[in-house]
Write a protein that binds this ligand. Sequence first.
Ligand SMILES: Cc1cc2nc3c(=O)[nH]c(=O)nc-3n(C[C@H](O)[C@H](O)[C@H](O)COP(=O)(O)OP(=O)(O)OC[C@H]3O[C@@H](n4cnc5c(N)ncnc54)[C@H](O)[C@@H]3O)c2cc1C
Length: 471
Amino acid sequence: MAEPGATLLDRLAAVVGETHVLSAAADVAPFVADWRGNFRGKARAVVQPATTAEVSAVVSACAAHGAAIVPQGGNTGLCGGATPDATGDEIVVSLARMQRVRALDTANATITVEAGLPLAAVQDAAAGAGLFFPLSLASEGSCTIGGNLSTNAGGTAVLRFGNTRDLTLGLEAVLADGSVFAGLRGLRKDNTGYDVKQLFIGAEGTLGIVTAAVLKLFPMPRTRVTALAALASMADAVALLQHLKHALSDRLVGFEVMSDFSLALSRRHHPGSPELLPGHPWYALIQVDESAPDAPLQAAVEAALGEALQAGIVTDVAFAQSHEQARRLWSLRENISEAQRKEGPNVKHDISLPVSAIPAFMTECEAALMAAFPNARLVVFGHLGDGNLHYNLSAPEGVAAQAFMDNAHAVNRIVHDLVARHDGSFSAEHGVGQLKREDLVRYKGSVEVALMRAVKAAFDPRGLMNPGKVL
Ligand SMILES: Cc1cc2nc3c(=O)[nH]c(=O)nc-3n(C[C@H](O)[C@H](O)[C@H](O)COP(=O)(O)OP(=O)(O)OC[C@H]3O[C@@H](n4cnc5c(N)ncnc54)[C@H](O)[C@@H]3O)c2cc1C
């Protein structure tokens, strides 16, 4: 127990133990900058509680001292949501020590895990019981389930299984006054008024600290077919998606689109990547899964893609012949983000649109950008099955990448205004954080923003939970 009149850090040390309160600059450094190195702040301390009771006591101590809290999971977020501000007053609460699997109920097909468990460990725990947790991101070795919930992460299987929100049945969270919202229910039906847990999903730590969740599990896929299709245009990619949905129904799990330039970047920075089907403007990486035994999946996918070839929607197709080849095809896609980071900064957008609007958006946006920034290079890839594109703009050949970033605001405005005109979203899966707060006010209606502010005030009247993020 800390003495009355003790400092905040003494109180925190009394809760979690001195070794789990980091305040030396070198210890704190990894927690105060984001993955891309775009945001950098300071923190009074980083605290690492190990249980929900400790999180509650940490939050109560911070509330008593009027100290603001920044929750942090794997720190892989891309909008600066987990980075403290520059004052050096904020306390980073890292969930890294909360990694227990609390329950695995095979009959209910659910797993109950603590917030700091890395996503890959959730997948492994499910697989150990012969079940499947479908959330999958390139950052899955580092990102945590608490971060996935707080950003409502999407990833590569949203087309079939939905995003993190769709995979969550129950949730436990510590509120700004230290009280615990105990909603760890594993129910698929529960119509008992407002569904409070939904508010924490996608809240980016602004309403409370998620400490645990009940997640849905699925039958393990028994057969998987992975294919790469070469395409002449984005319109053909949309047509192929529609065709495969009809032909394969919900066995179609992933449909990722990549421009030739985004693939070239991936290969340049990851030597030894597959060199399949060179020389086409667009590619779709397709994954089809079947959980039922003895289903002739390969034949069904070959037939569907054969029809697309005959109809001229697809120009060429290659199938992965082994798990290893499939893994290498996926790494081609998943390495694009890392390749962009190595290539130097570019102006990024994480947008979503109705799939039907994407071809028109692509034509109009490219024309508008090239008129304003001639010869700039588009790096476009993403989860086309979900209408989600990572639509990025790199400097023209010969122009320094860093200098081109002076145009970031003007580029964002062109892209996001056009997205809004097509009824899309300026943030499909990465959230708002510090990066897109202005966009939130610009593109959401005033009624929606007022409702969000009212929710924030109800949960966190003193504004101590991750201030300056989202709103
Ligand atoms: C290479 C790469 C690929 C990626 N691919 C994808 C992708 O395909 N799809 C996708 O959606 N995202 C993707 N991301 C982004 C990122 O991995 C996700 O946003 C992920 O969900 C963040 O999890 P995290 O544990 O790292 O959270 P952090 O970065 O630590 O935090 C993110 C936000 O959540 C809050 N937060 C974290 N934990 C908690 C908690 N327990 N309670 C309350 N708030 C909390 C933080 O305050 C912050 O606002 C990618 C990132 C990288 C680096």
